[in-house]
Design a protein around this ligand. Structure first.
Ligand code: DGL
Length: 261
């Protein structure tokens, strides 16, 4: 139904960077955000587990009455998008690292990709590079520990800064002029990544493209509008612990409730 909410999920609070873009494009819609904090990080978990978990979450969100689902997580998309689409009778928008626009933008011919280990190991990512980055050098850098550190220690923390030194420097050394933020947590540290690269380096995240895609899908199915801009944020973890991080990242207080798919 047009007045039903749009469901959005991630392993944690990275998907809030996507949610921000969705609300920018479709402010009248209602949103139900689920952070699967209990299982953060997804990036180091086995593929079988993530596929199963992704389908369980997606089915529960559909039962809860969502009119569409946004998988606001590159890792979940990489391993579970097909299974989720097959299981759900709803429009599903998934996101993947912006390798295609990066290949079109690079002038040095070197594209850097920062993402989770699981995303970079996935067949889907390998296909993305083979199909869209022919003739370019793609430096794919897994960033273990970064998503959790952004949530637990904070985007400006010493731990995050040290991880970024380690992960971003190889891209700089290789001469990348476009850096793909291939995990939805990384836009929270975009400024710190940009600081480590030469001026003029382009950082690409896919939030805005996902929002346009959702807009088109809902319009095509007559599902646009009907909400009133409401936002519910939920977590499989402890709401009090998650709440402080949500407020810090979002920049204003948002109530957080417990929800179990
Ligand atoms: N935010 C997620 C992504 O876009 C994953 C972070 C994690 O849980 O490892 O890949």
């Amino acid at each position: 139904m047009p007045h039903s909410p749009i469901a959005v999920f991630d392993s944690g609070l990275g998907g809030l960077t996507v949610l921000r873009a969705l609300r920018g494009q479709l402010p009248q819609e209602d949103y139900f955000y689920f952070a699967d904090t209990r299982f953060l990080p997804y990036g180091d978990k086995p593929e079988v587990f993530l596929k199963e978990r992704g389908v369980v979450i997606a089915e529960a969100l559909a039962r809860r009455g969502a009119k569409a689902l946004v998988i606001a997580c590159n890792t979940a998309t990489a391993v579970a998008a097909e299974a989720i689409r097959a299981a759900l009778p709803l429009p599903v928008v998934a996101l993947e690292p912006g390798v295609k626009p990066a290949a079109a933008l690079t002038r040095s011919g070197v594209v850097g990709v920062l993402a989770t280990t699981r995303t970079l190991l996935s067949e889907r990512f390998q296909r993305l590079v083979a199909d869209h980055a022919q003739g370019h050098r793609v430096i794919a850098r897994p960033c273990p520990g970064l998503a959790e550190a952004i949530e637990r220690e904070g985007p400006g923390s010493v731990v995050v800064e040290a991880l970024l030194d380690q992960f971003v420097e190889p891209l700089n050394a290789a001469g990348a002029d476009v850096v793909v933020l291939g995990c939805t947590h990384y836009p929270w540290v975009a400024a710190a990544i940009a600081r480590r690269m030469p001026a003029g380096t382009t950082l690409l995240d896919t939030g805005a493209a996902v929002a346009r895609q959702l807009d088109r899908l809902l319009a095509a199915r007559g599902l646009l509008g009907g909400g009133s801009g409401r936002l519910k944020v939920t977590t499989s973890g402890a709401p009090q612990a998650v709440s402080a991080t949500v407020d810090r990242l979002w920049g204003q207080h948002l109530p957080v409730e417990h929800w179990e798919p």
